[in-house]
Design a protein around this ligand. Structure first.
Ligand code: CO8
Length: 259
C-alpha cells in the first residue's frame, strides 16, 4: 500500500481507513495533506474490495482547520487565481462510495468543513465543532457557511460563524450535525462497525442511496422524490435486489455480489 507524508492509510476487511496525520499541527489541513488525501480516496474508490471509507484524525484533533501558517502570507490574487479551497480541497465530495467522518477533538474551520463534506459524522464525546475563521479576520471558505447552516439551521450556524463559538459533541448531536456520539475510546471501533455494515450491503445500491440523499440538498422536493423513485426502480435491474428479497423470503442472510 502507498505511504503518504500527511496521512496514514490502512484497510480493515472491506473498509478503507484514512487517518489525518500531522500531529505537530493538530492535523491542520495543508495543500500537501489534501493532495495525499485525494490520492488515497481515489485509490479506495478504484479498489473493488472496498465498500466504505472512514476518515479520522487523532484523539485530540480531527483537524484544527486549514493551515494558518500556509495561508498567512497569501494575497487575494494568490487565492483567487489558484481558486484556493476549491481544486483538491473538496475532492472527498466527488467520491461515490460512502465516507464516514469519525471525529474526536477539534474539528475547526476547514476541519469542520471537511467533516461535513463526508456522508455522516460519528463524534467522540470530546469532539468540538466550530467555524472560528472570524477570529482570524476571514470566514469559512470550503462550505462552512452553507453545509453548517443546512445541518443545524440559521440560528446556530450564524452564531458560530459570527462569534467563532464552538459546539460540543452533545450539542452537535442535538442540532443534527452528527449522527451520534460515542465514548472517545470506542470511536474508531464504532465507526469501523458502521462502515463494515455498509460494506456488507450491495455497493451499487449503497451508491444510489447516497446519491439520492445528496440530491435532497440540490433539488426541489418534487424533483428529489422523482429522482429517488427512478433510482429505486433502477435497483430492480440489479441481481442484488433480487437476492436481497429472495434471502428475506428464504429466511437466510443475503449474499450480495455488487451486480
Ligand atoms: N494551522 C496551523 N497550525 C495550527 C493550526 C492551524 N489551523 N491549529 C493548531 N496549529 C498548531 C499550533 O500553531 C501549534 O504549533 P506550534 O507548537 O508549532 O506552536 C500546534 O498546532 C498545537 O496547537 P496549540 O499549541 O495552539 O494547541 P492548544 O491545545 O493550545 O489549542 C486550538 C488548540 C484551540 C485548536 C488552537 O490550536 C487553535 O485555535 N487553532 C486554530 C483554529 C482555527 O482558527 N482554525 C481555523 C483556521 S482557518 C480555516 O480553517 C479556513 C478554512 C478555509 C477552507 C479550508 C478547506 C478545507
Amino acid at each position: 500500500m502507498t505511504t503518504y507524508e500527511n496521512i496514514l492509510v490502512e484497510t480493515q476487511g472491506k473498509v478503507g481507513l484514512i487517518r489525518l496525520n500531522r500531529p505537530q499541527a493538530l492535523n491542520a489541513l495543508s495543500t500537501p495533506l489534501f493532495e495525499d488525501l485525494a490520492l488515497a480516496l481515489d485509490a479506495f474508490q478504484a479498489d473493488d474490495g472496498i465498500g466504505c471509507i472512514v476518515l479520522t484524525g487523532s484523539p485530540k484533533a480531527f483537524a484544527a482547520g486549514a493551515d494558518i501558517k500556509e495561508m498567512k502570507d497569501l494575497s487575494f490574487m494568490d487565492v483567487y487565481f489558484r481558486d484556493f479551497c476549491n481544486t483538491g480541497w473538496t475532492h472527498v465530495t466527488t467520491i461515490r462510495k460512502p465516507v464516514i467522518a469519525a471525529v474526536a477533538g477539534y474539528a475547526l474551520g476547514g476541519g469542520c468543513e471537511l467533516a461535513m463534506m463526508c456522508d455522516f459524522i460519528i463524534a467522540a464525546d470530546n469532539a468540538k465543532f466550530g467555524q472560528p475563521e472570524i477570529n482570524l479576520g476571514t470566514m469559512p471558505g470550503a462550505g462552512g457557511s452553507q453545509r453548517l447552516t443546512r445541518a443545524v439551521g440559521k440560528a446556530k450556524a450564524m452564531e458560530m460563524c459570527l462569534t467563532g463559538r464552538q459546539m460540543d459533541a452533545a450539542e452537535a448531536e442535538r442540532a443534527g450535525l452528527v449522527s451520534r456520539v460515542v465514548p472517545l475510546a470506542e470511536l474508531e471501533a464504532e465507526a469501523l462497525k458502521a462502515a463494515e455494515k455498509i460494506a456488507s450491503m450491495s455497493l451499487p445500491v449503497v451508491m444510489m442511496a447516497k446519491e439520492s440523499v445528496n440530491a435532497a440538498f440540490e433539488t426541489t422536493l418534487a424533483e428529489g422524490i422523482r429522482f429517488e423513485r427512478r433510482l429505486f426502480h433502477s435497483t430492480f435491474a440489479t441481481e442484488d435486489r433480487r437476492e436481497g428479497m429472495a434471502a428475506f423470503a428464504d429466511k437466510r442472510p443475503a449474499m450480495f455480489i455488487n451486480r
